[in-house]
Design a protein around this ligand. Structure first.
Ligand SMILES: Cc1cc2nc3c(=O)[nH]c(=O)nc-3n(C[C@H](O)[C@H](O)[C@H](O)COP(=O)(O)OP(=O)(O)OC[C@H]3O[C@@H](n4cnc5c(N)ncnc54)[C@H](O)[C@@H]3O)c2cc1C
Length: 337
């Protein structure tokens, strides 16, 4: 177990320089057990790649980095395989590796930063696909009893950027391994999401579209739209798209017929939070060294040396403006510490 300098700048994609008491890099399940055994009586925090967190202050306890690796493919049939990956596997690398193995299913989720272990926690999603669409099971260790448990799909209560691990079982388990059911030989491509449709319409592809081609398209679209956290600190979408009632949807559409509102399977509606923020002319808006990205209103960026507090204050300002104007309460997608 390595103990290193307790500054978190390199461990969160916002590049916020909060301090921790110590940082432990856990590269095996044995190290995870030791860490949990020695931390029964005090708080601590697990971090994967730190791409979905904002530190608004120093963290006065120990931080554990999920770094145990390993992946394998189990063939289930001519058309299906199980990809089993350790929690510390970097997500995008895993997606590209699975495609190189001829497996399909993860292509729409290419270029999402983060680790395998964190992916089920908020049921990562992009371009019309969510982790739940391929999720088979995950293994997790209870943080106090150290008991290992396998969670089946139904037990995870996946929702929009949501799961049981953010609700009833919040902070109770560490996810150690995840299994995903992927396609082989026969793939079903999902390019229903408008930007992908446009991409392939423009490319005028004549051959059948492969999962790898979808991943490449997703990467190109994302690179054009989203700031690279290696260049400018950010955590992707800061807010979730609000879920609204049909009455509220009608009200918004009566005010502006172009409001991007999407019907949901349960009869509710989702409105694009980025569009609401953009309508308030907040793209590029700055508070100190924190700013709303000038191309993507849902992304807050650290323009260089911003504190977590500055980013948090900017997010509060945006929430207030949206609430005053639309009577809609934005909810953070990013976990705030
Ligand atoms: C540029 C950019 C684009 C993004 N785009 C998307 C997108 O399109 N779709 C999307 O869904 N998300 C997106 N995200 C958010 C982020 O990539 C995902 O939420 C990702 O799954 C977070 O992984 P992580 O390892 O960085 O988690 P972290 O930020 O390290 O942790 C997130 C939370 O999970 C907990 N945690 C981490 N690992 C474990 C574990 N093994 N067991 C238990 N708890 C754990 C942490 O304590 C924390 O509470 C984006 C982020 C960035 C920076």
């Amino acid at each position: 177990m390595n103990t290193s300098v307790p500054l978190l700048t390199d461990y969160n994609t916002f590049k916020v320089g909060a301090k921790a008491r110590s940082v432990h890099s856990l590269s095996s399940i044995a190290q995870l057990r030791l860490f949990l055994e020695s931390h029964v009586s005090e708080p601590y925090l697990f971090l994967g790649q730190g791409s979905n967190v904002l530190f608004t202050r120093d963290y006065p306890y120990d931080v554990a980095l999920v770094r145990w690796r390993g992946k394998q493919v189990k063939l289930l049939s001519e058309t299906e395989a199980l990809l089993i990956a350790a929690a510390g596997e970097p997500w995008h690398e895993l997606v590209m590796w699975s495609l190189q193995q001829g497996l399909g299913g993860l292509e729409n989720l290419a270029l999402i930063p983060g680790s395998m272990g964190a992916a089920p926690i908020q049921n990562i999603g992009a371009y019309g696909v969510e982790l739940k669409d391929v999720f088979e099971w995950c293994k997790a260790m209870h943080r106090t009893t150290l008991e290992e448990r396998t969670f089946a799909f139904e037990e995870c209560a996946f929702g929009y950027r949501d799961s049981v691990f953010k609700n009833e079982l919040k902070d109770q388990y560490v996810i150690t391994e995840v299994a995903l059911r992927l396609s082989r030989n026969v793939h079903s491509i999902n390019i229903t999401y408008a930007p992908l449709q446009d991409w392939f319409a423009q490319a005028q592809t004549t051959t059948p579209i492969s999962p790898l081609a979808v991943a490449e398209a997703v990467c190109s679209i994302r690179k054009a739209k989203l700031p690279d956290p290696k260049v400018i600190g950010n955590a992707g979408s800061f807010f979730k798209n609000p879920v609204i009632s049909s009455e509220k949807a009608k009200e918004l559409l009566s005010q502006n017929s172009e409001t991007p509102i999407y019907p949901q399977p349960n009869g509710s509606f989702k409105v694009a939070a980025g569009w609401l923020i953009d309508q308030l002319h907040l793209k590029g808006f700055k508070m100190g060294k924190a700013a709303v990205h000038d191309k993507q209103a849902l992304v807050l960026v650290n323009t260089g040396g911003a504190s977590g507090k500055e980013l948090f204050d900017l997010s509060t300002h945006i929430k207030q403006r949206v609430s005053e104007t639309y009577r809609i309460e934005l909810e953070e997608e990013v976990t705030i510490f």
